[in-house]
Design a protein around this ligand. Structure first.
Ligand code: 13P
Length: 339
């Protein structure tokens, strides 16, 4: 393991004004996204869409890394340039999603655990050859009205995240550790904060036990936010304060960056929340983004699967990247959405 190399890659991904574009939708997930714009999810259409994203002019000013799916890491532009090579040549680190999705946790009805550890060492070796500089593993934590997640459900996910992170660092791939407390449900912001706290505490205890070097990883958490079905939604300042309070308590200062997921927030809300957190002042880590839907929803809506809409779709992507780049500095305002 080269801690210097891990640190250099992690720091470059969250350099000033920069964050991550999560374009690692699995085939079933991208099909859902394509269904919503009435585009067919063929391998060639997925390739065309990802080419649109990765060839957008100037995104390298705001994007330090792109997370790819297995299929995408093996694909190329229409001119035959592998996507990983294209991104690297633009100064953007290519990354790879390596978990195989959340499955029911046996004997714990309601809890889920992400699978994909078997054979991961071999898969990472291949992904490294294909150009991946970092990886991502997403653990999904659902909240219900009563006792989900259980303490054991949290522990099982934390353990798997730490096994994954150690395997990544063994071969100098930066692990993005993603414990996502879902915003589905009717719970209030207080319950989200309590569960997120438990999850982060368990995750860092396991990472430590597995000898993962905090300086050579990135954390991709949820923001602390009320459930989507909760009648009482928190304001921007409340979300920013609760999220920073929770992370300051549980995330070691040695971690170079926090890259939030958007989790179903609107593109504007995700930018606003990121901005408010950065406007609070200096934090121990870079406070950045690793958005999927909050970067891509406007792009898909503009593209609609049509070649004639590529320029408009790229414009929509650059706009979201630029506004989130400003939010990295606390310099975004809602009024900028009109521009
Ligand atoms: P969202 O920003 O759409 O939540 O996606 C981020 C991600 O990578 C989820 O694993």
């Amino acid at each position: 393991m080269s801690i210097a190399e891990l640190k250099a890659v992690a720091n470059a991904i969250v350099a000033k004004s920069k964050g991550v574009l999560a374009a690692d939708e699995s085939s079933p997930t991208i099909k859902k996204r394509f269904d919503s714009i009435k585009a067919e999810s063929t391998e060639e259409n997925r390739r065309r869409y990802r080419e649109l994203l990765f060839t957008t002019d100037e995104i390298e000013r705001y994007i330090g890394g792109v997370i790819l799916y297995d299929e995408t890491l093996r694909q190329s532009t229409r001119d035959g340039v592998p996507f990983a090579r294209l991104l690297s040549s633009r100064g953007i680190a290519p990354g790879i999603k390596v978990d195989k999705g959340a499955k029911a946790l046996a004997l714990y009805p309601g809890d889920k655990v992400a699978e994909g550890l078997d054979g991961l060492r071999e898969r990472l070796a291949e992904y490294k050859q294909l150009g991946a500089k970092f990886a991502k593993w997403r653990a999904v934590i659902e909240i219900d009205e009563k006792n989900i997640p259980t303490a054991f459900g949290i522990r099982a996910n934390a353990h798997a995240l730490a096994r994954y992170a150690a395997l990544c660092q063994e071969v100098d791939i930066v692990p993005i550790v993603e414990p996502e407390v879902l915003m589905d449900g009717a719970h209030g912001i207080e319950r989200c904060e309590a569960v997120t706290a438990q999850v982060l505490e368990a995750v860092f205890a396991e990472l430590d036990a597995h000898c993962v070097v905090f300086d050579g990883m990135l954390l991709k958490p949820n923001m602390v936010i009320a459930g989507k079905k909760c009648p009482q939604q928190a304001g921007v300042a409340q979300v920013a304060e609760a999220t920073m309070r929770c992370l300051t308590r549980y995330v070691p200062a040695a971690v170079p960056g926090i890259v939030f997921l958007s989790g179903g927030q609107s593109a504007e809300d995700a930018t606003d929340h990121l901005n408010a957190m950065n406007a609070m002042g200096a934090h121990p880590w870079q406070v950045s983004f690793s958005y999927g839907r909050a970067l891509q929803a406007p792009v898909l809506a503009a593209w609609k699967g049509q070649e004639s809409n590529v320029a408009a779709a790229q414009k929509a992507l650059l706009k979201r990247c630029r506004l989130n780049g400003l939010a990295r500095d606390g310099k975004y305002t809602r009024a900028m959405e009109a521009g």
